[in-house]
Design a protein around this ligand. Structure first.
Ligand code: THU
Length: 139
């Protein structure tokens, strides 16, 4: 899938975020080595600590769709629900999500490309999990 199409998939997933508490809506698209795509969005809870991030939501879907060991690329988009049209900062995966992405990379022995964007899919920051989480914990 082209980079643009993957950003569109992440934006569509973001439209399904459930984030009434923070109002910060995040979408994520995960692509497999064969071009299959799984998506997720953040899902918050009235018991705040139970909320899950978009990346972990998408990785859980990816595990079901094609297996974590086949994850090649991950795209994240996000920003506040009322952010408007001004260009925003690219949303970078939180520490916990970095560890979850590292789990997929450890399974395959391959690095995973991570591209982060603002709430409209602009302002790309392109990196990879080895750079985002060097010396990652593993068992
Ligand atoms: N969030 C994500 O979905 N991914 C991240 O990498 C950072 C934060 C979500 C969690 C919470 O629902 C909201 O953004 C504000 O922290």
């Amino acid at each position: 899938m082209s980079g643009d199409a993957l950003v569109k998939a992440a934006l569509a997933a973001r439209d399904r975020a459930h984030a009434p508490y923070s109002r910060f809506h995040v979408g994520c698209a995960v692509e497999s080595l064969n071009g299959e795509v799984a998506v997720g969005a953040n899902m918050e809870n009235a018991c705040y600590r139970l909320g899950i991030c978009a990346e972990q939501s998408a990785l859980a879907a990816a595990q079901q769709a094609f297996g974590l060991e086949n994850v090649a690329r991950l795209v994240v988009v996000g920003g506040f629900a009322d952010a408007g049209e001004d260009i925003g900062e690219a949303v970078m995966p939180c520490g916990g999500c970095r560890q979850a992405i590292a789990e997929a990379a450890q399974l395959s022995g391959r690095n995973i490309t991570v591209t982060c964007h603002d709430h409209r899919g602009r302002n790309a920051v392109s990196t990879d999990i080895a750079s985002l989480l060097p010396a990652a914990f593993s068992l």
